[in-house]
Design a protein around this ligand. Structure first.
Ligand code: DQA
Length: 139
């Protein structure tokens, strides 16, 4: 069974109550249950942290054995050379996702340290961005 992991960065633990006009009303835990149900033939894990180093540790831990990483580094997307370097260092392909269309928002969200080393980028489709990212790996 192919192994995938969703890695979510800072503040995404607040989905459902955080700026619902941008990020929607659903918690990621509820959405993740739906995702697992939609893709019964893959192993799908979920990790969230608000701490940059913990995200890097997880990327390193899975990055030589998993088949794909679906990464929403959230605000660290726009600041973290360390996460960008971690993606460069590993072998597992990474698809970068964002719930919102970061290009239709503030200018500081237009820069990504993830994109140059990602297999691809999916953004702006709400939580569905995660589903599209998984599909990009398996279909
Ligand atoms: C986000 C977009 C980022 O700019 C923001 O900092 C987030 C969420 C998204 O999924 O739309 O926390 O990554």
């Amino acid at each position: 069974m192919n192994k995938f992991i969703v890695i979510n960065g800072p503040n995404l633990n607040l989905l459902g109550k955080r700026e619902p006009e941008i990020y929607g009303n659903k918690t990621f835990e509820d959405y993740f249950k739906e995702l697992k149900f939609k893709f019964p033939d893959i192993s799908l894990e979920y990790f969230q942290s608000n701490i940059e180093g913990e995200l890097i540790d997880k990327i390193q831990e899975v990055g030589f054995s998993y088949d794909g990483i679906i990464l929403n580094a959230a605000a660290y997307t726009h600041t973290s050379v360390g996460i960008g370097d971690a993606i460069k260092a590993i072998e597992t392909p990474v698809v970068e996702v964002h719930i919102s269309n970061t290009f239709s928002r503030e200018e500081f969200r237009h820069k990504s340290y993830i994109s140059p080393n990602a297999k691809g980028v999916i953004l702006g489709f709400g939580l569905k961005s995660y589903e599209l990212a998984i599909k990009s790996f398996i279909q």
